[in-house]
Each structure stands twice: as C-alpha cells, then as structure tokens.
Design a binder for this molecule. Structure first.
Ligand code: NAP
Length: 522
C-alpha cells in the first residue's frame, strides 16, 4: 500500500489558499506566469486511447483580457472522432473496471501531488485562458487538488461496499460497481476544478470517459489530461475530445453506448441534455444516468439587525468575484427596508474601489468576462436593468481589447423584474427592498433556481426559519454565498439549478456507480 493512502486516512484537510501578500509567493506566481507566457500559442491535439490526433479544424483559445493573444490552438473532434473515442472508451472499460480501486485512488493522489507541485503554473493558465485574477485562479487550482484527494479518499471508503444484514445459512454483500462510459461536459468558469472533479469522480469509480471541455478553456483541460497520464492512468480511460457542444455534444448524449452524462453548465444546455438522454435509442440496453448541475440566481438576504458592513461586503464580493461568473454568484441583494439605503451606499463605495483590469496584475480584483457572446448578453441585461431600476455604479463596458464590464449595481428593482429572475452570469447585482422577514423569504424563493443563498442576521429565530424555508442547496449564514469548499460544503442546487449531485460531498461518487447485491447460501 503506498504512502498516499496511509496519509489519507489520517484526516482530510482542504488545500490552503496562497497568501500573495508574502513577497516570496508573489514572486513564485510571477515566475509561473512568465513560464506560461512562454508556452502560449502551442498546438494541443486530441487524445484518444493515448494517441495524439491533430485535426485540420481547430479551436483557437484566446485570452479574454486581450483577444489578440492566442493561448493555444486546439484540435477539434467531429462525429467520426467522437465515435472513435467512444469505441476506445468502451474497450478500455473492460480492463479499467477490474483495476484495483485502491490503485485507482492512488492515481488521483499522485495527480493531486503533481498539480500541487505545479500549482502556480496551473493557476497561470487560468489567468491567461479564463481571465481569472490571481486569487480566483489560485482557488480554482486548490479546488481541483481537493477534488482529487477527496474523491480518492471516498473511493477507499466505498471499495468494499456497504454492510447489509446476513442471516443463518446466508451471506449477503452489497457492493458498488462502475457504470460504463461517461460523457463529461464541463463549463468555462471553473475550467480546472469542475472539469477535473467531474472526470476524477468518474474514473476513480471505474468508469472510462469522454471529456468535452468548454470551447473557451480547452488548454487547461489538455494540461490536466497530461497530469493524469503522468500519474499513471492507463491510456483510454480519459479520452480528450474538445469540440463543438452542439455537434459532438448531441452525438455523444444520444449515443446508445453512453451510460451516463456528467454535465455542468447552463440551464438551457442542461435541460437539452436531460431531455435527449431520456430517449432510449436503438440498441441501448439501459436508462442513461444524468448528473446535470446548472445555473443559479442566488440571493444575499440582509435582515433588519444585520451588521451593515458585513452585509455590504458580503454582497459585493459574492456579486463581483470572477466578474460574477460563478453559478453561486450573489446576483440579488434582498435588504430590509430599514437598513436598505445604508447597505446600498456602503456597497456602492466598496464597488467603486474594486480594482478592475488585467488579471495578470496581482492587484486586479476583477478581470474580463469570458467572451464576446457573454459580453453582449451582460451588456443587454445592464440595459434592461437601467429600465427596471436605478443604476448606482458601473454600467459601462469596453470590448476594444478584451471583454471588460464594470461591476454594476442596479437599485430598487422589483422582485419579479427580469434582473431579479434571470441568470446574467456577469458583474451585475440587483438590489431589492423587503418589508419584513416573511417578505425576504418569499423573495428569496421566488425564482426557478435554488443553488446558493446567504442570510445576514443576528436573530436566532430568523436563522432557524431560514434553515427550513430558504430553499437552496447551499445556504450560508453571516457571510457571502460563494466559496464552497470540497469536503466541507458539498455543492449542488435545487429546482432548475440541477440534480443536486453535491459535488465534493459523501454521496457524489455513488452516482457514478450501481449497487450489486449478492446472496450466497452457506
Ligand atoms: P454552457 O454554455 O451551458 O456550456 C457548458 C458545456 O456544455 C460546454 O462544454 C459546452 O460546450 C457544452 N455544450 C453546449 N451545447 C451543448 C449540447 N448541445 N450538448 C452537449 N454539450 C453542450 O455553460 P457555460 O457558459 O460554459 O457555463 C456557465 C453556466 O454554468 C452558468 O449557467 C452557471 O450557472 C453554470 N454552472 C453551474 C455550476 C453548478 O455546479 N451548478 C457550476 C459552474 C457553472 P461549448 O463550450 O463547446 O459550447
């Protein structure tokens, strides 16, 4: 048994964040950025069964802070290559499913070690390809390490199944076995953590996968696939097939040999996948399992007796971290009318002080949004917001070089207004006034989503009520609504936020397996 496992059973702790006020850390990060800058523009082939395949058609991955800068040129899978990857994953499944679960877990531990050693390099790619400021990039990389370690540890717990009763003359067992080939479809906003987490959970449980990362961030995914190979993962377990969501996404979702789909992304695409996956195709002998983690319209609720400083900062940092491009972003502030003006004023002051600009600069709090389509959509919502409410700060965008939008606060928005109901996925927060606590809970639950939420309150009775009434998958008290940590805050939402799979939680791996009961007469 290797040391990683021995260490693993002594207790799980999440990966610490880097303190960039320490000069040495800052220096190391700058060095990593210099290295990443020296690697820009490289070609990245598909990886199917360990074979590198270069295609004529490419995705050119660009820096959203400077669209002239090419991060990498990434080969693009079409249906034929997706089929080749499927056949490879199917044949590899026959051997991988028999691999010792402990060894599968050890591959994840080793991958975590490799990323930990090259932490700033990975964060550097996140700065360049996703436009993440240093702290956000560092948190993304830390989360990827956490997923690898946590799921490896969980697999060690599940490898011998769960105890069931036996009786005289009969010995019973209850074990988990893998499902088959999974299609992993990941979003741009946690290009390392979510992509790595969803892949790691699927492979550690004995499945083989086809990985289709976001078209915006395929280079980060390619780097992760290299790490998994270095960690000892056999060829064909992960098949890296970036390509058009619509073309190969639909093809793989519909494929009769697809056993499960692990999707994280928008409500629109998630619902499409869910619906298509439900249709039993000719030759298909199972019902596909779908894990779909989707959007949010998350609320920070501020009670009458809340600490106003804490309330303002919780709203601002939940709304504008990574330019509001988090499914957990607090895009609605619901504030008791007695302290509404005070909280709003403080939030405006804090927002005006946020440093916006190139994410390569250590002092930047907020960088660009991911691309032109996002930019256009967010600017459209700002226009709607100006009609639905009162623009307090921000409101301007500049896409001349990269995709920059000012952090924007719109006040006095009606609880049913579009700005209060629709996911914008950008640096925009709507303020809405509430009469009393009943009204706050009513507004908090009035969208079709149910992902995260926060309540700032010093009334024990209200905190108790919110625990029961605030219908979200991740609820936080007296803090912001972003920043879930693997193993501490299992993550996933209710209603149209998805299947509530609770990534980074104790039930997550089981969704990638099926349980088998065996009963032996003795
Ligand atoms: P997206 O546009 O839905 O894309 C997600 C993934 O789906 C991408 O890889 C995309 O590929 C692919 N895709 C597009 N069309 C497809 C199709 N027809 N079939 C199969 N796959 C298809 O989402 P995004 O803009 O990357 O990410 C932002 C969204 O993700 C937000 O709504 C956010 O709330 C949500 N999110 C949720 C969670 C959560 O845990 N609940 C976490 C993170 C993000 P292309 O890039 O090639 O189009």
């Amino acid at each position: 048994m290797v040391t990683e496992y021995k260490n693993a059973i002594t207790g799980y702790k999440h990966e610490p964040f880097t303190d960039f006020t320490i000069e040495e850390n800052k220096h190391l990060f700058e060095e990593a950025l210099t290295f990443v800058n020296s690697q820009l523009g490289k070609p990245y082939p598909l990886v199917i069964g360990g074979e590198r395949i270069t295609t004529d058609e490419n995705t050119v991955s660009i820096n959203p802070a400077n669209r002239k800068e090419v991060i990498g040129t990434v080969s693009k899978a079409n249906k034929e290559l997706a089929e080749q990857a499927m056949q490879t994953a199917l044949s590899t499944f026959n051997t991988w499913k028999k691999h010792d679960p402990e060894e599968r877990a050890n591959i994840l531990f080793r991958a975590a070690d490799i990323i930990r050693r090259r932490k700033h390099e990975f964060s550097g790619y996140l700065v360049k390809e996703a436009g993440k400021p240093w702290k956000e990039a560092d948190a993304d990389t830390a989360e990827a390490i956490d997923f690898l370690v946590y799921y490896a540890r969980q697999m060690m717990k599940l490898k011998d199944g769960s105890p069931v009763e036996s009786r005289e003359g009969e010995m019973n067992k209850f074990n988990y076995i893998p499902l088959g080939v999974g299609v992993i479809i990941s979003p741009f906003n946690f290009p390392l953590a979510i992509m790595a987490g969803t892949v790691a959970a699927a492979v550690v449980t004995g499945n083989t996968v086809l990985l289709k990362p976001s078209d915006h961030t395929p280079v980060v995914a390619a780097k992760f696939v290299e790490v998994m190979e270095e960690a000892g993962l056999p060829h064909g377990v992960i098949n890296y097939i970036p390509g058009s969501g619509e073309e190969i996404g639909d093809y793989l979702v519909d494929h009769p040999k697809t056993r499960f789909i692990s999707f994280t992304g928008s409500r629109e695409v998630g619902c499409r996948i869910y619906e298509r996956a439900a249709k039993v195709q000719s030759g298909q002998i199972w019902l596909k399992r779908v894990i779909a983690e989707m959007g949010g319209k998350d609320t920070v609720v501020v009670d009458k007796d809340a600490d106003v400083e804490l309330a303002a900062s919780s709203i601002v940092y939940s709304a504008f971290g990574f330019s509001g491009q988090k499914c957990s972003a607090g895009s609605r502030a619901v504030v008791h009318e007695d302290i509404y003006n005070e909280v709003l004023e403080k939030a405006v002051v804090l927002t005006k002080a946020l440093a916006m600009g190139n994410p390569e600069d250590v002092n930047t709090y907020m960088g660009p949004v991911i691309g032109q389509a996002s930019y256009n959509k967010i600017m459209k919502y700002i226009g709607i917001g100006k009609e639905e409410g009162r623009l307090m700060t921000g409101g301007e965008g500049d896409d001349s070089k990269g995709y920059f939008i000012q952090p924007t606060i719109i006040a006095d928005v009606d609880e049913k207004a579009r700005l209060m109901q629709e996911e914008i996925f950008g640096p925009v927060v709507a303020f809405c006034k509430a009469r009393d606590f009943d009204h706050m809970m009513e507004i908090a639950n009035n969208t079709e989503y149910g992902l995260t939420g926060a309540l700032l309150s010093n009334t024990a009775e209200h905190i108790e009520r919110a625990e029961e009434e605030f219908h979200v998958g991740n609820l936080y008290f007296n803090r912001g609504c972003t920043g879930a940590i693997v193993g501490y805050h299992p993550f996933g939402g209710f209603n149209m936020s998805g299947t509530d799979s609770k990534a980074g939680g104790p039930d997550y791996l089981i969704m990638h397996m099926q349980a088998k009961t065996t009963s032996t007469t003795i």
